[in-house]
Design a protein around this ligand. Structure first.
Ligand code: GTP
Ligand code: MG
Length: 201
């Protein structure tokens, strides 16, 4: 799929203030600094559409981007941002869970995992929560450029092995690098396939 047009629509903390147009929507979630905003920029062929930073905690709102006038990409704040205050964390948690529970347009979440790290409780807990709330998700391993190519497969299979302890069937996954533009065609192709399968009304 070609991204011919990508534009920022709105930022907010309230799911009832999200765009009213009934377009299919895909949300990027994961720990702070995992590369959510960078991945959105890479998919959209833009350097600064979504704001990125080497300091965790950059994205603090629900950000909607309209793609090809047909669907939305959503950039969310990261969970597990250590430097946020307790109140801040609670507020984030509240509007993120509200977003996932109430946003009817959400087709699938993309849960981002830094490929270098061992499975971590916040990610495993969040996956469990998504499962319990019947929210479909796909795993996106990020920053694949940071490890040697021959280590990629082993890292992924170790991660999936850990997931088997919790899950009967494993989620679909993609391996990406925003730096090297790896996984772009695959991810966009997947979104395109889903969009095409959604009945138009
Ligand atoms: P928050 O908004 O704070 O939750 O973070 P985020 O998940 O949106 O991460 P962001 O895209 O801002 O990226 C965080 C840092 O990781 C930045 O310094 C990026 O340049 C870097 N980064 C993101 N993706 C990649 C990647 O694929 N490869 C490499 N090497 N660095 C990356
Ligand atoms: Mg961000």
């Amino acid at each position: 799929m070609n991204v011919a047009h990508a534009e920022f629509v709105v930022s907010n903390t309230r799911v009832d203030h999200c765009p009213k147009s009934k377009l299919p929507e895909y949300a990027f979630i994961g720990r702070s600094n995992v590369g959510k905003s960078s991945l959105i920029n890479m998919l959209c062929n833009r350097k600064r559409l979504a704001k990125t930073s080497s300091r965790p905690g950059k994205t603090q709102l629900i950000n909607h981007f309209l793609i090809n006038n047909k669907w939305h990409l959503v950039d969310l704040p990261g969970y597990g941002y250590a430097r946020a205050s307790k109140t801040q964390k609670k507020t984030f948690q509240k509007f993120i869970t509200d977003y996932f529970n109430k946003r009817k347009e959400l087709v699938s979440a993309f849960l981002l995992i830094d490929i270098r790290h061992e499975p971590q409780p916040p990610d495993l807990d969040f996956m469990r929560w998504l499962g319990e709330n019947y929210i479909p998700f796909t795993i996106v391993f990020t920053k694949a450029d940071k490890i040697k190519e021959r280590e990629i497969e082993k890292k992924v299979s170790d991660y999936l092995e850990k997931l088997k302890e919790d899950w009967e069937s494993l989620p679909k996954y993609f391996i990406t690098s925003s730096e090297k533009r790896l996984g772009r065609d695959e991810l966009l192709g997947y979104i395109h396939e889903i969009n095409e399968s959604i009945p138009k009304f």
